[in-house]
Structure formats: structure tokens, C-alpha cells
Design a protein around this ligand. Structure first.
Ligand SMILES: [Zn+2]
Length: 306
């Protein structure tokens, strides 16, 4: 009996223990579950927070990028503006340069014009003649082979001389032409006039001193003859040399100052003057006389005389 009771008590105690253990286990399990759940929640919370933060960061970065793109676009536009400004400035500079060059060209022409002796294309008369002190800027001695009187030194305007030589050389083979007289100073002219008066009497005025007076003092004018005619150059008209000159002298810039039928002076077939190729060609092509042309028109040829 006692044993049975003991066993029952023991069994009961074991049962209680088992139940307690069971409850303890359930309790611990519940606790553990609760803890785990909480931890999971916390992790989830942290992840969510982290995600929100990352999204905020991404959004901020995106905004930054957008702002930078806007800025970049603005800078591009600025650069475009700047390069356009630069180009237009360059264009302006090019324009200025060409304007300066044009001005330089004009100045060059004006300088050349201002340095060209205006007397070279003047119309002279019995009332308008060169100053007695006038001397050409540069005279050169004419090669004696072109001069009829070999013992006389003849001079010519240095800048016009090459044209004279070319003309005389071109005529040499068929119609040799020689120079009787070229540059004459005021003093020479006075002396010559006196001699002519002595030789020919008052008729000397008709073919010498008064007419070609100033033109010979210029240094660009000469009286021509042929080796055959020599000093009898007043018969130059009708010679082959004269005919050749009327057809060709203009090519070298020479004109007959007083042609037949001119209304200015008497006819002087031997007296030729350098006026430049342009003007001589114009006169030849239009059948005009130098002394009939208005001074204003003649002046426009001064720049191209040499
Ligand atoms: Zn003359």
C-alpha cells in the first residue's frame, strides 16, 4: 500500500514536473518566437529606413545630375554665344583689315600722285608757261647714238627716258629717228630763241621759242629728225619716220603736241611730248588732241604717267 502511494505520489510529481517542463518549454518557445519576431521587425524597420534613405539619396543625386545638366546646357549656350561673338569679332577685324588695306591703297595712290610732278601734264601757252626756275626732278643724258649732233649733250627726264629708248629702238630698223633737241632749260631756251631770231629773223617765233617753250623745259619733250633730214627737221612732215610715229608713238606714251589742224598752235610735226601710255593711247584711239582735252580729264592720267 505504501509503495503504491509512493509510486502514485512520484508519478504525480513527475506529471507535475512534466507539465511544468512542458509549460516552460512552451513559454520559452513563445518568448523565443517573440524575440525573433521583434528582431525581424527591427531588421525590417531598419531595411525600410535604409531603403528610404537610399531612395532619398538617389533622388538627391538625380536632382544634382539634373541641375548639373542644366548648368552644362547653360554653359554650352554661353560657349556658343561666346564663339559666335568671337566669330563676329573676327569678321569685324577682317573687315577692318580690308578697310585699312583699302585706305592704305588710297594713301599709296595719293602719295604717288602727290609725288608726281603735276607740270608734266600741264597745257602751256603763250600766257601760261613754266616758272623760269623749274628744273625736272631727275634728268639723264641721252645715249649719243640717238642724237643727230654727236658733239651736243642732250638730256631727258629720267623716268620718261626708257620709253623714249624703246620707241627709238623700235623705229631703228625701218625708219631711223634722231633727236635734234630735248631738255632745254629756261636759259637755253632764251639763248636758242635769240639765235633763231638772228638766223631766221622775226619768223623764228613761229616755230621755236614761244611754242614748245615750256614743254622742252619739262624734260619730257623732244624735237625729232631723221639722219637724212638732219637740221632741216622742219621738213619732218611727210617723212617715213613721221608717218611711223603717227601710227606708233602712242604705244610708248608720246604724242604730237601741235598736230595739223590743231586750233592751239601752228603745226609742229617734229615736236613730240611724253604724256604716258594711257593718255597717249586714249588720244590716239579717239582721234583727239592733247591741247583740246579739258585739263580735268588730263589730270586723271597723271597717276599712270610712268
Ligand atoms: Zn620742240
Amino acid at each position: 500500500m505504501e509503495d503504491k502511494s509512493k509510486k502514485r505520489k512520484l508519478f504525480f510529481a513527475l506529471k507535475i514536473l512534466a507539465i511544468f517542463a512542458l509549460f516552460s518549454a512552451i513559454g520559452y518557445g513563445g518568448y523565443a518566437f517573440y524575440q525573433t519576431h521583434n528582431e525581424l521587425q527591427a531588421v525590417k524597420q531598419r531595411s525600410a529606413t535604409e531603403k528610404t534613405r537610399s531612395e532619398a539619396k538617389i533622388s538627391m543625386l538625380e536632382k544634382n545630375i539634373a541641375a548639373m545638366e542644366t548648368e552644362l546646357g547653360r554653359k554650352d549656350a554661353e560657349n556658343t554665344d561666346l564663339s559666335q561673338t568671337l566669330m563676329s569679332e573676327k569678321d569685324k577685324n577682317t573687315l577692318f583689315e580690308s578697310q585699312i588695306q583699302a585706305i592704305g591703297g588710297t594713301v599709296g595712290k595719293l602719295t604717288k600722285l602727290s609725288q608726281t610732278d603735276k607740270e608734266l601734264l600741264q597745257k602751256y601757252s603763250k600766257v601760261y608757261f613754266l616758272n623760269e626756275h623749274y628744273v625736272p626732278e631727275n634728268l639723264t643724258v641721252i645715249d649719243p647714238k640717238y642724237v643727230f649732233e654727236k658733239n651736243k649733250t642732250a638730256q631727258f627726264h629720267a623716268k620718261a627716258y626708257p620709253y623714249l629708248v624703246q620707241m627709238l629702238e623700235a623705229a631703228t630698223s625701218t625708219n631711223p629717228i634722231q633727236i635734234i633737241s630735248a631738255y632745254r632749260s629756261f636759259g637755253d631756251q632764251t639763248l636758242l630763241k635769240a639765235n633763231y631770231v638772228v638766223t631766221y629773223g622775226s619768223g623764228a617765233n613761229k616755230f621755236s621759242a614761244d611754242q614748245g617753250y615750256s614743254e622742252h623745259q619739262l624734260g619730257t619733250t623732244m624735237d625729232l629728225t631723221t639722219p637724212t633730214l638732219g637740221l632741216a627737221f622742219i621738213k619732218f612732215d611727210g617723212s617715213d619716220a613721221y608717218n611711223w610715229l603717227t601710227e606708233n608713238a602712242y604705244r610708248y606714251g608720246f604724242i604730237l603736241s601741235y598736230p595739223k589742224q590743231n586750233t592751239y598752235f601752228q603745226y609742229e610735226p617734229w615736236h613730240w611730248r611724253f604724256v604716258g601710255v594711257d593718255l597717249a593711247a586714249k588720244l590716239h584711239n579717239n582721234g583727239q588732241f592733247f591741247y583740246d582735252l579739258p585739263a580735268r580729264e588730263i589730270d586723271s592720267y597723271l597717276i599712270s604717267i610712268f
